[in-house]
Design a protein around this ligand. Structure first.
Ligand code: ADP
Ligand code: MG
Length: 351
């Protein structure tokens, strides 16, 4: 056996990138989340070639100080937590200090930033090698351009799907973030075509822009418990889909996966829907960060609740209360349906 030795930083970052950055959509996620954490009110996203050719995220956030730009590409360098206790009181989307070094190790990066609208600076990172800092004309926020993603990791490149599939995964992520932050102005441009220009609006109007004309089929949820708040919208039976692609759960504005919470919500629809039918929902749980542990998974999509049982019971009540008025649950029928037969059909489902 060879002698044991410490791996060099570039190799360590490449290994970490395998966990955090598995495809173009993860780059988009990490960059957009950094922009949100930087208190941006406007975020522009440009994608070319399914993200492999180019991913650019430009924001109007607080920016990065000149001396911190290179630092941001070092492993475990973060401005978001500093001491042990902070790990159990996370108020930002990022905190692990892994994204930028991971992205920097598997692509070419141009970063420009202006901290507090003062002078701007830029640098390039080529497959982990950071260039010197230069003055830049950027006057607000941060602009990051990623090109040649995965070109130095052929194994990863091989696993990528078609441009269309990679793009769909990017849309899938972005839809969640668009809903989760309706107060942020998002612009999405794909292959030089503007796909979304979403000005700040209320949650229901943002949902309506993403899922065309769904507004009249949404039932609001609003429920308070001493240690959390549940809000958002559930869809009536018009919103039923054959997949769960329009079911969203957010904890402190972070999109999460939770089999148990999803099951709780679906159980409330039990007598209304058949197997294989999925109503729309976009439910937000606001909870004291001390009551949860986000650090379960490198991509931070899973969460542990200190008191999951209490949350489950209250979530169930919140959804049931919203569904109680069955009139709202009934779908609106288009003219092609005969009202009576539609009504009978619904009645049989409601009994
Ligand atoms: P994390 O988000 O976990 O802290 P990242 O590697 O994603 O780690 O980013 C490292 C640091 O770079 C962040 O903590 C932040 O200080 C800074 N940073 C990254 N992107 C931006 C941005 N768009 N605006 C301002 N600061 C940023
Ligand atoms: Mg981050």
């Amino acid at each position: 056996m060879n002698k044991i030795k410490l791996l060099d930083d570039t190799l360590i970052n490449k290994i970490a990138a395998g966990e955090v950055i598995d495809r173009p959509s993860s780059v988009v996620k990490e960059l957009v989340e950094n922009s949100i954490d930087a208190q941006s009110t406007k975020i522009m996203i440009y994608i070319e070639g399914g993200g492999v050719k180019k991913i650019q995220v430009r924001d109007n956030g607080i920016g990065i100080e000149k001396n911190s730009i290179s630092m941001a590409f070092k492993r475990h360098a973060t401005s978001k937590i500093s001491k042990n206790n902070d790990l159990f009181n996370i108020n930002t989307l990022g905190f692990r200090g892994e994204a930028l070094p991971s992205i920097g190790s598997i692509s070419r990066v141009l970063i420009e930033s202006s901290h507090n609208k003062r002078d701007g600076y830029s640098t390039n990172i080529n497959y982990g090698k950071i260039d010197d800092i230069q003055p830049s004309s950027i006057s607000t926020g941060t602009n990051i351009v990623i090109t040649d993603l995965f070109t130095n990791v052929p194994a990863r490149m091989k696993f990528l799907k078609t441009e269309k599939t990679e793009l769909n995964l990017i849309y899938k992520y972005l839809k969640k973030v668009f809903i989760s932050f309706p107060g942020i102005h998002f612009i999405l441009n794909v292959n030089n075509k503007e796909i979304y220009n979403l000005i700040p609006v209320s949650l229901i109007n943002r949902i309506n822009e993403i899922f065309s004309d769904i507004k009249d089929n949404l039932i609001p949820i609003s429920y308070s418990h001493s240690s959390f708040k549940i809000s958002g919208y559930i869809g009536n039976l018009t919103t039923l889909k054959k997949s769960n692609s329009e079911q969203f759960l957010f904890v402190n504005n972070r999109s999460i996966k939770s089999i148990s919470l999803n099951k709780t919500i679906m159980n409330c629809f039990q007598n209304l829907i058949s197997r294989g039918e999925y109503p729309f929902y976009s439910i937000f749980i606001d909870i004291d960060p001390k009551e949860i542990d986000i650090n379960v998974h490198p991509q931070k999509s899973e969460i542990k609740f200190k008191n999951e049982w209490v949350l489950i019971q209250n979530l169930s009540t919140a959804v049931k209360v919203a569904l109680k008025n069955k009139i709202h649950v009934l779908p609106r029928y288009s003219n092609k349906y005969n009202y009576d037969s539609a009504n009978n059909f619904q009645q049989s489902r409601l009994n």
